[in-house]
Design a protein around this ligand. Structure first.
Ligand code: BGC
Length: 794
């Protein structure tokens, strides 16, 4: 067995999900990066190319380079280790360890941030980070195969591990904007800030379909709808990658997690999923297909098992489906420790040798995110030397890895570009993030126009999420779990705001605030004083929500918000009888119980990121008109955890709030819906048009959604509704715009149980923004041959 120098405390997050959280001494201690950041306020960036580059084919020089490597060096290129294995116990780069992995084993890739080592809580600026990555790169050019390493980072919402880089709203909030340009911008800014740290590869976008809302990874993704998620995924990849083969301010994107990760049967992270093949193709695959069509350079397979079959060793998922049917030519990496996990966690292999052999021989996995031990190298050497894995199979993966390194410019320019560092945290980026929040915040309830608040009103502010940057950031912000309780907001040191801070900026006065209860709802605090203050107030704003978490550490058994958070609202409402506005800062839709009735106003802020405070305040005070729409179905009860807008139409769809729901302050009317033909036939798309009018009193960004439903579908239950298109338009007060959508019969194609994509004839209902105040409906006849096969899968 190879020596295992050390393991990083941060990576303990990734081990046995069932183990108790270990309390580590480094949690409470922080050593701030002494680097003073002074970014340029504005900078120019390269626009995306007209045609997105695609991964592959393999160049001749890369084939030659591959052939010159020894077997051990080739296996090294396929190995990815956590940076913790390169750091000493003082948090410094351990040059001996770097040499060992690169020279002895030819390791070709590292991941993550060296943030927590040896009792220190580090949060590196791009400059400090690049000192680590460049030092490793220098050693990689001197030792082993002398090939630069490729470094991967979870820059999933901005370069969230780089100090000072702007942390964007989580994917779920980006989806709520229904404006893919924000996915593009977050990607492009994340790319440059990641690259400024000497890292070339971002493990994003996250395109899992979030079916089960208990799942702690809901917030990372673009919601429950395949079409919306596909649109966001495409834009995001364009942002991250741009012209990544020549633009050195971009990175390789990594669409993840392939596939079906978002339907855990019990809502717990990495649980089993039961997904029939045709349902997988219909709902889970489209965002990944969109990623591949957008030229995504790399992909990550998903943790766990589907229908009892492990994804990482599945020939169907990772060879037939991903490579042959979807045509992915890029580089495929495993998720964290997934190969060894077959033997140690899922019991689907007798040992890591069997797991490694199955992965390599059945699938197209190119790189193993091992990530914390050196076992992969020796295991692979033994398997190849004993004839269990062919060297040709290894060559195939190594060529893809080296081609990626070449495409990213690593072979010619392995070191960090200092010019990029000056742009990290630019005011220009902060404004983009704030604009994304301005368009994502979703107004769910506004009884009697309780919102917007007026500056003349006396407002009392209570609740744990109003005064926290950390909770607005959530997970994958500073570290995977977000800052610890001990470090809290102090780690941002000027790189963010709070909702209270935003309110002070908007109103010019310090808000009257009581916490009321902590985020866990441990107890009600200062409740007598709060009641006294509430009696004197005109309105009360309560910030509720979730603490920061990521992956299995965010598992919950109960979807309700902590009881004392709910009690805070009940107590103050009944004692004061004043109008209450609830602001939700939450990664997944937590059940609100009677708070949904008691509150007069409800504002969903999702996880807006660390600059969310000002835009939320602007929305509360009507400086900005809310225009976000729910990218998921908000459950009313636990039984609706997996309710989606696309569930079979015979099931009751009666959630707390429907997919696509969201209010604005203005009054929007839809009228004159018309179709160019009432018959929809293959090859003859129709146009659906309508007028959208802003009857005032505010300018409004209006998202117009087109959904369809088949009245019946022989042999395959039709969905309640499917999103087919959307557009977001600016409407001045009094303005009317005509909106047109193209609709084709082919869009009504669905995968049947024989894995044929077909269309069934039936009346087709067309809904424009259903579940909103303006909704309007029409019907056409879907006139098609049910035997026509649009596509065939296996
Ligand atoms: C997560 C991935 C992430 C990887 C590296 C895994 O636990 O599932 O999304 O990219 O860790 O941090």
């Amino acid at each position: 067995m190879d020596p295992v120098p050390k393991s990083s405390p941060d990576s303990q997050d990734k081990q046995d999900p069932s183990s108790e959280q270990v309390k580590c001494t480094w949690d409470g201690v922080k050593t701030l990066d002494p680097e003073q950041l002074n970014p340029v306020p504005k900078y120019e960036f390269n626009k995306p190319p007209h045609k997105q580059p695609n991964p592959g084919p393999i160049d001749h020089d890369i084939q030659v380079l591959t052939s010159k490597l020894t077997l051990k060096q080739k296996i090294g290129q396929m190995t990815q280790l956590h940076v913790g294995m390169l750091m000493d116990s003082n948090g410094e780069l351990d040059v001996k360890a770097v040499k060992y992995w690169i020279d002895d084993w030819g390791v070709g890739s590292f991941l993550e941030t060296p943030s927590n080592r040896g009792g220190k809580y580090l949060f590196y600026s791009a400059k400090q980070y690049s000192m680590v990555t460049d030092a490793v790169q220098k050693l990689a050019l001197e030792y082993g195969p002398r090939i630069p390493v490729i470094w991967g980072l979870d820059s999933v919402r901005g370069a969230n591990y780089v100090k000072g880089a702007v942390i964007f709203p989580a994917g779920i909030a980006t989806a709520a904007t229904f404006n893919p340009s924000f996915a593009y911008d977050a990607g492009r800014i994340a790319a440059k800030d990641t690259r400024a740290a000497g890292v070339h590869w971002a493990f994003a976008p996250i395109s899992d379909l979030t079916v089960n809302k208990l799942w702690p990874r809901v917030y990372e993704n673009f919601g429950e709808d395949p079409y919306l998620s596909s649109k966001m995924t495409t834009a995001s990849i364009s942002g991250y990658q741009g012209d990544y083969k020549s633009d050195r301010s971009r990175v390789a994107a990594c669409v993840k997690h392939f596939i079906g990760y978002g339907s855990p049967v019990d809502g717990q992270d990495r649980s089993n999923r039961y997904i029939a093949k045709h349902e997988l193709l219909e709902y889970h695959v489209p965002p990944f297909k969109a990623a591949i069509d957008a030229g995504v350079a790399t992909a990550m397979e998903s943790y766990g098992v589907i229908n009892g079959v492990p994804v990482v060793t599945s020939q169907y998922y990772l060879q037939e489906l991903l490579r042959e049917q979807l045509g992915f030519n890029g580089m495929l990496v495993t998720d964290w420790g997934e190969i060894n996990g077959q033997a140690t966690m899922y019991y689907t292999a007798k040992d890591i040798s069997q797991a490694t052999m199955a992965t390599l021989n059945r699938t197209s996995v190119d790189m193993s995110m091992v990530a914390e031990d050196g076992s992969f190298g020796q295991t692979m050497l033994d398997l190849v030397n004993n004839g269990y894995i062919s060297e040709a199979r290894i060559d195939e993966s190594v060529a893809r890895i080296l081609q990626l390194k070449k495409d990213l410019g690593l072979l010619s320019h392995p070191f960090t570009d200092p010019d990029l560092m000056a742009t990290v945290g630019s005011a220009q980026d902060v404004e983009v993030a704030r604009n994304a929040v301005r368009e994502s915040v979703t107004l769910l309830k506004n009884k009697d126009g309780v919102l917007p608040l007026k500056s003349t009103e006396r407002i009392l502010y209570i609740g744990p999420t109003l005064n926290s940057t950390r909770y607005m950031g959530g997970g994958w912000n500073v570290r995977s779990q977000g800052p610890t309780d001990e470090v809290g907001d102090s780690v941002y040191e000027g790189f963010g705001d709070t909702i209270l801070g935003g309110i002070e900026k908007v109103t010019g006065a310090a808000p009257l605030y009581f916490e009321g209860t902590d985020i866990h709802g441990s107890e009600l605090i200062d409740i007598e004083s709060i009641i006294e203050a509430a009696k004197l107030a005109d309105k009360i704003v309560v910030g509720l929500g979730e603490t920061s978490y990521a992956e299995y550490r965010g598992n919950i058994g109960n979807m309700r918000l902590p009881q004392n958070q709910l009690n805070l609202v009940y107590t103050v409402a009944s004692a004061s009888c004043k109008p209450i506005v609830v602001v939700l800062v939450e990664g997944r839709p937590r059940i609100l119980d009677n708070v949904a009735n008691v509150a007069d106003g409800i504002v969903q802020a999702y996880l807006p990121g660390t600059y969310g405070g000002l835009p939320i305040a602007e929305i509360l005070f009507g400086k900005v008109n809310p225009s976000g729409r729910l990218p998921y179905t908000y459950p009313a009860s636990e039984s609706q955890a997996s309710t989606t807008i696309w569930q079979p139409s015979f099931s009751t769809y009666n959630p707390q709030w429907a997919f696509g729901f969201g209010l604005g302050y203005s009054h929007i009317e839809y009228s004159n819906i018309a179709v160019t033909s009432t018959t929809l036939k293959v090859g003859q798309p129709i146009t659906v048009s309508l007028n959208v009018k802003n009857n005032g009193p505010y300018a409004q960004k209006e998202t117009v959604l087109l959904l369809t439903n088949q009245e019946y579908r022989f042999d395959m239950a039709p969905e309640h509704m499917r999103l087919r298109d959307f557009v977001k338009v600016d409407l001045a007060v009094g303005e009317t715009r005509q909106i047109s959508f193209q609709l084709s019969a082919e869009q009504m194609g669905f995968w049947d149980t024989t894995l044929k994509k077909r269309i069934e004839p039936s009346p087709l209902n067309i809904y424009i923004s259903p579940y909103t105040q303006a909704n309007i409906t029409t019907q056409v006849q879907l006139d098609v041959d049910p035997d026509l096969v649009l596509a065939q899968a296996s």
